[in-house]
Design a protein around this ligand. Structure first.
Ligand code: GAP
Length: 472
């Protein structure tokens, strides 16, 4: 039995996303565009909810956090200072016949996975993350690993993930700039201004959500790994002399876990922590852990957390020549704070939420997205039982208008009630509210629950408060 058997196949999720307007291929009318996806009406709502929930939990509700919004294009020296220009690399191999390119570590990972399926005792403690580029070359050659098309591969070489563009209007006077490879550096480069303009004192954090760009060549993982993606990153600054980093690190791990399980409603059995080995960890990090989710293609990093010491502030201070030190208001001491960084991709959260919610209800012959009410694109659907009865339609419109001022709801009067229910189940709407003839008599509506298909009657005036209580 494969370890991923409990999860729905990726094709089924991709198909639902396309069918119902969550995610489309970018430039579909031109045949698509590699590793890029657009979000349809429901995907945009879902992204919006995930983003807002993250911001609310990690910025709005915390007195020790502030948020910023920095630019995608920044001074190019930022990326020299951060090390991205020099060493933001992935190992690349090329199929010598088709010239298709692959990540060497992904080719090795797939080969090892197959070897393990044939002989479960093999490669027990193997981790591709531990291999240097020279070790990858040796592995590929010793095991005669071929491309997915069965052809020989070139030796791995490194390629830079940073995407470049040019600024300037006069040819010959243009200069190279980078599309940011992470949102984090915008936090470090604004650190001085934040100290000078707010009343924050250590320990405190700065959060940011925004687009990042990477020259990704791996295909076939849907929105898990794309060229353009959205990151939600926190840099949490502290004084290493007075704060135990291990305790802080652990409390952030708990916050990450709670966000995924409680706020987004994801099942705990599909989550696990994985510590980076010494070889895998970046040289400046004292400790790094990944919160892995069981995606349809295996356990993969959802959310990383690293103790980055004072590496980034020191690097930006040195390259800019500006003082980025913090001055303690009580002792007058000045120093560069250390930082713990929880960093996640919003699009990866979306894929996780969809995977976890996807459920084929054999008994009732339907596909259901069991999204938590807080994540669901629409909190409820409102129907008039019959669209040709003006008294039902106007009462349903009145209810729709009242609810839509408080949270996103959707209107549907197409087809019969059974078909409307099936459609709403597939897009994850937790409740359907039907205005029928009894509504005209006593003011009650039919409230139908997505997961159980049970129905009950509730007074129309109580529906909004009842749904709101579930969104707390
Ligand atoms: N500042 C640290 C940093 O950027 P990272 O592990 O490279 O660390 C953080 O990225 C998170 O961003 C990942 O855990 C993942 O959720 C998301 N992410 C990274 N690359 C991505 C890509 N190509 N597509 C979608 N999400 C990505």
């Amino acid at each position: 039995m494969s370890e991923n058997q409990a999860q729905p196949p990726l094709e089924d999720i991709v198909s639902l996303c396309k069918r119902r307007g969550f995610v489309f291929r970018t430039s579909e009318i031109y045949g698509g565009f590699a590793n890029s996806y657009d979000y349809g009406p429901l995907g945009a709502e879902l992204l919006h909810n995930i983003r807002n929930l993250w911001w609310q939990e990690f910025v709005t509700l915390r007195p020790d956090m502030v948020g910023i919004d920095s630019q995608i294009l920044q001074h190019p020296e930022t990326w020299v200072a951060s090390g991205h220009v020099g060493s933001f690399h992935d190992p690349l191999v090329e199929d010598t016949v088709t010239h298709k390119r692959y990540r060497a570590d992904h080719v090795i990972e797939a080969w090892v996975q197959k070897a393990k399926e044939e002989n479960p005792a093999s490669f027990q403690d193997f981790s591709v993350e531990d291999l240097s580029i020279e070790e990858m070359e040796a592995f590929l050659s010793e095991n005669q690993v071929t491309s997915p098309d069965g052809n020989p591969l070139t030796a791995p070489k490194t390629f830079n993930l940073l995407m470049e563009t040019e600024l300037g209007v006069i040819s010959g006077e243009k200069y190279k700039v980078y599309l940011r490879g992470e949102t984090a550096q915008g936090i470090f480069t604004n650190f001085r201004q934040i100290l000078d303009t707010t009343r924050v004192t250590l320990p405190f954090g700065i959060g940011q959500i925004g687009k990042s760009f990477r020259n990704e060549i791996t295909t076939g993982q849907f929105v898990f790994r794309t060229i353009e993606f959205e990151q939600a990153e926190i840099e949490y600054f502290f004084n290493p002399e007075t704060t135990h980093w291990q305790e802080l690190f652990q409390s952030w791990q708990e916050s990450m876990w709670n966000f995924v399980t409680k706020t987004l409603g994801v099942r705990e059995e599909n989550l696990q922590w994985r510590q980076h080995s010494d070889k895998e960890r970046s040289f400046y990090s004292k400790d790094t852990w990944d919160l892995d989710y069981r995606f349809p293609f295996g356990w993969k990093e959802l959310w990383g957390i690293a103790y980055r010491t004072d590496y980034d502030l020191k690097a930006q201070q040195t390259h800019s020549g500006q003082n980025l030190e913090y001055r303690d208001p009580h002792t007058g001491e000045t120093f560069l704070p250390h930082v713990i960084e929880p960093a996640v991709g919003i699009n990866r959260l979306l894929l996780m939420v969809l995977t976890d919610a996807y459920w084929v209800d054999q008994e009732n012959n339907r596909t259901v997205l069991r999204l938590s009410p807080r994540a669901a694109p629409y909190k409820a659907a409102v129907f008039p039982l019959l669209k040709n009865k003006p008294e039902l339609v106007s009462k349903a419109q009145e209810i729709f208008a009242g609810l839509s001022r408080q949270f996103p709801v959707v209107w549907d009067d197409r087809g019969n009630i059974g078909k409307r229910y099936l459609y709403q189940d597939e897009i994850g709407t937790p409740f359907c509210i039907t205005v029928d003839f009894e509504t005209l008599e006593n003011g009650t509506v039919t409230l139908r629950h997505r997961d159980t298909t049970e129905q009950e009657r509730l007074h129309a005036d109580e529906v909004a408060d009842w749904i709101k209580s579930l969104l707390q």
